[in-house]
Design a protein around this ligand. Structure first.
Ligand code: ADP
Length: 479
């Protein structure tokens, strides 16, 4: 392991900047400290913003082609260090190594995607209403963008923001999750090696509220791109009102997973396992509510139970592991609360339902894969995002009824449906009020799609050419 260090500082002006105040990053498998990280002080954050603003004045003048060379250097270094980076993800986040390697490849694909889209960026000439005038529309960068990222994808959620932000001429202050800053800082170290000009990417760690308050209040930060909980997204919206700092918000989800009785059950089960148990259920597009049509309800549950028994819980670095530990004790508490609530309101526990005590890793936050049946709309498992390995299941009768029920949510990110009926497929595509719909597909996401939720799941889109719109603003010049 070349990149992991026992002590980390913030990265400002391409230098490691220490402070007296520090925090610990723990391994969720052992609960031991992996590394100590400096918290960014107010003075350091001011310096970081100043450096990003100075860098912006030069960076925006470079051609997109020139900017792309730096991003491609970073891409190559990430590729060379894939295993090392993936191991850091496993150590600080807990996911299985195969998923961590897939995440690094996915993270890197956001860089090529942004470069490809960036090189196609165009302006427009508008024919004027007046014979002696002509109008030009420019797609201009905003300036310094604050990027706040979560712990569930410690690499991919970063490149998904910084690559399109940088290619379009913005500079970035990145605040990674305090639970997983090590991957971010390792990426920052590679960015320095890639020759990134001073100040185009500064990385600040520490107290999220204090840092975000300062970022929101500062006139040089023109936009914040945030991925995290709906609760924090709402807080950012409230706090951005005084400065009208622009926001892109990628927030929580509560995906319905609907299986009709004409579906290919084997396919639906494979997709259910992928969607529900990837990253131990800790993704915003995870299946959250399972709706199974009455004729196949018992068969679906039996098959799901059989497949769940094959899942191994363990050390993410072990190739046989399917499910790593959850991120921390709070995640366990939230799931226990949802299960207790469901059982009190009449749900049936088919398997799991409790913390798993691993003999070798007694301090790990493992949770047994769980099936709850007879769930109803009033239960927390059917209204709150779970972020854990729980399959909460309800039986349904009709297509129109289930579409209404699936749409009855404050969220609007992902939805899944399984059917072999073509007419139904078109109807579901039109009627499900979700921004990402997997029809006979449990893993609909990739780098080029317009990723971003309806309703309280967010505002704005990330991914491919869609991300360019988030990081540019239109300027009109009349000549
Ligand atoms: P999660 O519940 O998935 O951890 P959070 O919204 O708490 O989601 O965290 C996502 C990111 O937001 C992290 O980088 C975290 O440090 C940051 N964060 C947490 N609280 C706030 C806040 N009040 N304002 C701004 N950012 C915050």
């Amino acid at each position: 392991m070349k990149l992991l260090k026992s002590k980390y500082a913030n990265i400002i002006n391409n230098k490691w900047i220490n402070s007296n105040s520090t925090f610990q990053v723990k391994n969720p498998l052992t609960n031991e400290t992996l590394s100590i990280v400096s918290s960014c002080t107010k003075t350091q954050l001011k310096e970081a913003i100043k450096s990003s603003q100075n860098a912006f004045l030069k960076w925006k003048k470079l051609s997109i082609k020139k900017r792309s060379t730096y991003l491609i250097n970073l891409f190559n270094l990430i590729k060379e260090n894939t295993e090392d980076l993936a191991e850091i993800i496993v150590l600080e986040q807990g996911k299985p190594i195969s998923e961590a390697i897939a995440e690094i490849n996915y993270a890197n694909a956001f860089i090529t995607s942004a470069v490809n889209a960036g090189l196609q960026l165009k302006g427009e000439i508008l024919y004027s209403h007046f014979e002696n005038k002509q109008g030009h529309v420019y797609n201009e960068p905003y300036g310094v963008i604050g990027c706040i990222t979560p712990w569930n994808f410690p690499a991919a959620m970063i490149t998904r923001k910084i690559a399109p932000a940088l290619i379009t001429g913005n500079t970035v202050i990145l605040k990674p999750s305090e639970l997983t800053p090590l991957t971010a800082l390792a990426l920052g170290e590679l960015a320095i090696k890639a020759g990134f000009p001073v100040g185009i990417l500064n990385i600040v760690c520490g107290d999220a509220l204090k840092i975000s308050d300062m970022i929101l209040a500062h006139n040089d930060i023109k936009k914040i791109s945030f991925t995290g909980s709906t609760k924090t997204g709402k807080s950012l919206l409230d706090r951005s009102s005084t400065t009208i700092t622009k926001l892109s918000l990628e927030l929580g989800g509560h995906a319905p997973f609907i299986v009709f009785d004409d579906a290919d059950i084997e396919l639906a089960i494979t997709a259910a396992i992928q969607s529900k148990f990837r990253n131990c259920g800790q993704t915003c597009i995870c299946a959250n509510r399972f709706y199974i049509q009455d004729n196949i309800y018992p068969a679906f549950i039996e098959l799901l139970h059989t497949k769940i028994k094959e899942l191994n819980l363990g050390n993410g670095l072990d190739n046989k592991t399917h499910l790593g530990p959850l991120i921390n004790q709070n995640a366990i508490k939230k799931i226990e609360d949802q299960i207790n609530d469901a059982l009190e309101k009449g749900a049936t526990l088919i398997c799991g339902g409790k913390k798993y005590n691993h003999k070798k890793f007694p301090n790990a936050h493992f949770f047994e894969p769980t099936i709850l049946t007879n769930c109803t709309a009033t239960m927390k498992v059917f209204t709150e995002e779970t972020f854990g390995p729980i399959c909460a299941i309800k039986q349904f009768k009709t297509e129109s009824g289930i579409i209404n029920e699936a749409n009855n949510s404050i969220y609007g990110l992902a939805a899944y449906a399984f059917t072999t009926n073509l007419k139904r497929t078109f109807n579901l595509s039109k009627e499900l009020n979700y921004s990402i719909i997997g029809i006979n597909d449990g893993t609909p996401s990739h780098t080029e799609i317009p990723f971003g939720g309806f309703n309280q799941s967010g505002m704005g889109k990330e991914g491919g050419s869609y991300a360019l719109a988030e990081y540019t603003q239109q300027k009109y010049v009349s000549l």
